[in-house]
Design a protein around this ligand. Sequence first.
Ligand code: ATR
Length: 432
Amino acid sequence: MKIKQITSQDFHVLKAFYQDEDVMKYITGYVIDEDEMNERWEKIMSWDSHKGYGYFQFIENDSLIGVGCLKPFGKDVELGYMLNKAYWGQGYGSTICQLLLDKIDTMDVTKVVAYIDPLNEASSRILRKHGFTSMYKIDDEEFFEKKLRNRITGYTGLYGIVAYPIKHSFSPMMHNMAFELLGIDDVYLAFEVLDNQFEKYIESVKTLGIKGFNVSMPYKEKIINYLDEMTQEAQLCQSVNTVKNENGKLIGHISDGIGFVKACQSQGWDVQNQKVVILGAGGAAKAIIVALAGAHVSEIVVYNRSDKPFIKELAKQLSCSLTLKSLHCLDELKEDLKEAYLLIQTTSVGMTPYEEECLIPDSSYLSHQLKVADIIYHPKETKLLKMAKEKNLDYMNGEGMILYQGAVSFEFWTGKDMPIAGVKKALKMEDK
Ligand code: ATR
């Protein structure tokens, strides 16, 4: 990329290019406080370009990719940049960030203050490598609210989730935040579609060029009839929660189980070659079983109150051992839990408003080596997790699975990693 240095006078050109009265704010980064910012600008504007500091245009093939600035402020230099919207999401932001840092390396400055979006993973990573620890001073919500309000254009692409009911879903917030953080020009909406309209919904996916969508209850199996291809995981589960539209070809995937395994990894849990006990044998359990097999666990024992013939069928197709036992055999469950690395609760038992219910009779079942996961996230701590906590065991609720299944879908559609830390922060999903 060619860098053209321009002087501070050219600032008005930039302003015209972006047709944004507020452009100064963005170029300088995200405001510390209005008065302080103005005071700094007064000074900087009066300095003109100085010792190689200044404003830069980043040009490639005659297109203005973005603008950046390195501004002296006493013995410090301030770094900021802004990307032409047409080039968002293509990795130019981090390239520009790196180019500006390379320039700083040649300067004699004691301190660098960077103003970028710290939730932008790529640039943050580069800046962290250069020793930046604190990169942000504006209130996130104010910034995102402002940007989201203004960002939809004729080019904006569409994703969504189809289900009934679905308006309560957490997914639109999660994916829109991820698009925003990565500067991807797409939006994600909730499509509440009745069963007799489902076929029309699929037609409209093709007509409108909806780029991808999640599928939730009650359509996770029904959707299979409309797909052109399915991933191996989706085939094994015979259930789909993620669809990619590749020029009219619909490809189905299932991200819940893989999301669960990723949530385990984010806890530092390594399930490889381990024995896992699962309570429940519904749709969620099936997706988790398939993903655990893919993550090379050695053995899965499923406890369910009723018989589930699909387990025997699935066992034939998986590389690990998979058996079904009755939830009524509590002695056997206790013995299995003595050897297990991980217990996963996948039923609705313990969910609000039945918070006092638990399939595990008492804490003597939870032996010292066990890690405990409950896929319920309302309440945040089920009776089972409270028991695990009292026994000082490592545990996790269902929030991680929600977040990471979203991340797996996001990657399936965009080929990009969801900026997990930023999404968590923005959606106020605290770590316990
Ligand atoms: P999901 O798709 O969320 O996994 P599901 O397919 O309805 O939901 O599965 C619910 C699971 O929870 C099933 O394994 C169910 O047991 P059955 O297969 O015997 O129906 C289990 N489950 C629900 N309520 C239960 C209860 N009160 N006691 C024990 N298991 C229960």
